[in-house]
Design a protein. Structure first.
Length: 261
């Protein structure tokens, strides 16, 4: 999720299947490891117009309302909104407590970036968005699949299913969402962690895995009420592929390296 890895040897007791090969390389980046998914290729510093109406609330009132925002990629993974100063409540801009949370851009002198968590709610058109703006260059698909999925950690099976919903998100490994009945709850413990995603919504559950005396924190999560685009994953559970061993149709997948590793 947003708490913003190379291959590992087979754990004791795990089948000796070789890791699946990976394809694709991020363009013009010789220092980036090969991945099995399309990488994020938007460069830091990129800007683009926002065709959507952007609004934000603070204390129950609208303090931002604009149709002239600009996307700015301050990091390569996702953009920020820079909004025209004229479309921000003057009282908000005059608040001394907010000033450390404002940022100006040298090429956008009439715009300002307000830290996302400085305001209570952000909206693109009439839909609330969480964590940061949705990138116009990211695609997220949830597809039903009859592929067999097994999730292990240190040779212990945490989940096993004969079908899944696979989520393909630009810049991230494929996530395998499984029915809760596929989980082995003798090794999984509920966690109070809650996170959010601009594309999926807010999580409603997390699980940690206890293997022997070791507790592996927050390895799996669930969205009971995802955004409408991701309704196929409602109530299903996914694991961080970066932290567990995933077998697809009996073939162990290489653990990806991401910011969640």
């Amino acid at each position: 999720m947003y708490r913003w890895h190379p291959s590992v040897p087979n754990p004791a007791g795990a089948p000796a299947s070789p890791p699946a090969r990976r394809n694709g390389r991020r363009p013009a980046r010789d220092d980036v490891a090969m991945t099995s998914y399309p990488p994020s290729i938007t460069p830091q510093g990129h800007t683009a117009p926002v065709p959507r109406r952007v609004r934000a609330q603070q204390g129950g009132r609208w303090v931002v309302d604009t149709s002239a925002a600009v996307y700015v990629w301050e990091v390569e993974y996702y953009p920020q909104f820079y909004v025209p100063v004229a479309d921000v409540d003057p009282e908000l801009l005059a608040d001394p407590a907010l000033k450390p949370r404002l940022r100006r851009h040298p090429e956008l002198p009439d715009h300002v970036r307000i830290r996302w968590d400085a305001l209570d709610h952000w909206f693109e058109e009439d839909e609330e968005v969480f964590v940061h703006p949705r990138s116009p260059y990211v695609r997220v698909d949830a597809l039903r699949s009859s592929r067999q999925v097994r999730v292990e950690l240190d040779g212990v099976v945490l989940a096993e299913a004969s079908s899944a919903v696979l989520v393909f998100e630009t810049g991230l490994p494929t996530r395998h969402y499984l029915d809760r009945s596929a989980l082995d709850l003798t090794h999984l413990e509920p966690s109070d962690t809650e996170t959010a995603c601009p594309y999926k919504g807010r999580t409603t559950a997390y699980w940690s895995a206890r293997i022997g005396d070791t507790l592996h924190q927050d390895l799996a999560w669930c969205y009971d009420f995802p955004t409408r685009q991701l309704l196929p994953i409602a109530g299903l559970v996914a694991f961080y592929d970066e932290k567990v061993d995933v077998f697809l149709d009996g073939v162990r997948q290489e653990r990806p390296v991401t910011k969640f590793s």
